[in-house]
Design a protein around this ligand. Structure first.
Ligand SMILES: *Cc1c(COP(=O)(O)O)cnc(C)c1O
Length: 363
């Protein structure tokens, strides 16, 4: 047994859950290639360890050149795509050398290819992005055809995929207008297409096309605010755990924590847990956020501190210093904690702080 010398908070990353969730993506979109989205340090789970668990994916999508290079140098041979393309023309030579695939979403990026005069570079694969209504990245519909012709004229481009991104695949408004516009713009085109994020993979088979781009569902968190991850058959890939480090007994009228936000109206046992907002636990979550102590679901009390939170252990009499606490994972879904904090699972997973020890487990 290893010596236990650290603060007890830890994030366990479950390789089996990642593999299983990739299998769920494949069963939902059996005809599509899968671009596993591993941006933001694989949604806080650790880029290289997640890539290893997801090494069956047909491609990986990241934002930074450094992340893409790390994947290539780790030996992954599949498509590695930069979701925002290049930020400066200087990077084109490097992207080419590492055989990276680049999103091209504006004319400046197109010009990087047109102005490139390194005939020794490998030609680069491009995902050309259309703005079909989200108004974030992508060529406007009225210039799309002209820009595509210019891209086709670039001898340093090999292989073009047409892509777009949905604003409302997880909302009741849905994707119909964006999909109709994309289909109209790309009708008759011989190029492969990529449209679907996790929500569209789950809800809109008509948008699966050649490449799907799952992110959040690979990590076992639901893309929908009103659908639990468990009913999508996906499993949480992260368990954030800690321990109780102090126990307090409140009399009626006593309060706990900064601002004395929680007042006991009956005798209340409080466990103090080694986890706070500096670990990535959301400060916006107030009394009542679900949390698990000794395998039993209970609730947080009062305001989250930088390094600690408070839990109600009145009904868990055997809870004591050292008792295990699950902040989120298989017993408490990260989505339930996110909902209590007015946010989404994505934000909590990405925000797990560097000071939290991450341990990869194969199960
Ligand atoms: C982040 C991202 C995705 C993945 O979205 P999820 O909702 O996490 O599945 C897909 N496509 C693009 C362009 C993205 O930026």
């Amino acid at each position: 047994m290893a010596l236990q010398t650290q603060r007890p908070i830890k994030a366990f990353i479950h390789g089996a859950a990642l593999r299983r969730n990739l299998g769920i993506v494949r069963s939902r979109a059996p005809l599509s290639r899968v671009m596993a989205v591993v941006k933001a340090n694989a949604y806080g789970h650790g880029l290289l360890r997640v890539a290893e668990a997801l090494s069956d994916a047909d491609g990986f999508a990241v934002l930074g050149l450094d992340e893409a290079i790390a994947l290539r140098e780790a030996g992954y041979d599949q498509t590695i795509m930069l979701l925002e393309g290049l930020f400066h023309a200087d990077a084109l030579k490097i992207a080419s050398a590492y055989r990276l695939s680049l999103v091209v979403h504006n004319e400046q990026q197109l010009q990087m290819f047109e102005a490139d005069n390194n005939p020794g570079n490998n030609p680069v694969e491009v995902f050309m992005k259309v703005n079909s209504g989200m108004n974030r990245l992508g060529f406007a519909p009225d210039i799309f055809a002209t820009m595509l012709k210019r891209l086709e004229g670039c001898t340093n481009v090999i292989g073009i995929t047409l892509m777009t991104h949905f604003a409302n695949a997880d909302e009741s408004i849905g994707i119909n207008d964006q999909l109709a516009l994309f289909n109209q713009l790309t009708a008759g085109s011989r190029y492969p297409k990529s449209l679907a994020n996790s929500a569209a993979i789950c809800r809109y088979p008509e948008a699966h096309a050649d490449w799907v781009r799952p992110g959040i569902m690979l990590y076992g968190s639901s893309p929908f605010s009103d659908v639990a991850a468990s009913s999508l058959d996906i499993e949480p890939a992260m368990t954030l755990t800690s321990e109780i480090i102090a126990v307090q007994s409140l009399k009626p009228g006593d309060s706990v924590g900064y601002g004395s936000l929680f007042h006991a109206d009956s005798p209340t046992r409080v466990g103090v847990v080694a986890c706070g907002y500096a670990d990535g636990y959301p400060r916006h979550s107030l009394t009542g956020t679900p949390i698990c102590v000794n395998g039993l679901i209970t609730r947080t009390l009062g305001r989250v501190s930088m390094d600690m939170i408070y839990v109600d252990i009145t009904e868990i009499p055997n809870a004591k210093i050292g008792s295990p606490v699950e902040l989120w994972g298989k017993q408490v879904s990260v989505d339930a904690v996110a909902q209590a904090a007015g946010t989404v699972g994505y934000e909590l997973l990405c925000a797990v702080a560097p000071r939290v020890t991450v341990e990869f487990t194969d199960v």
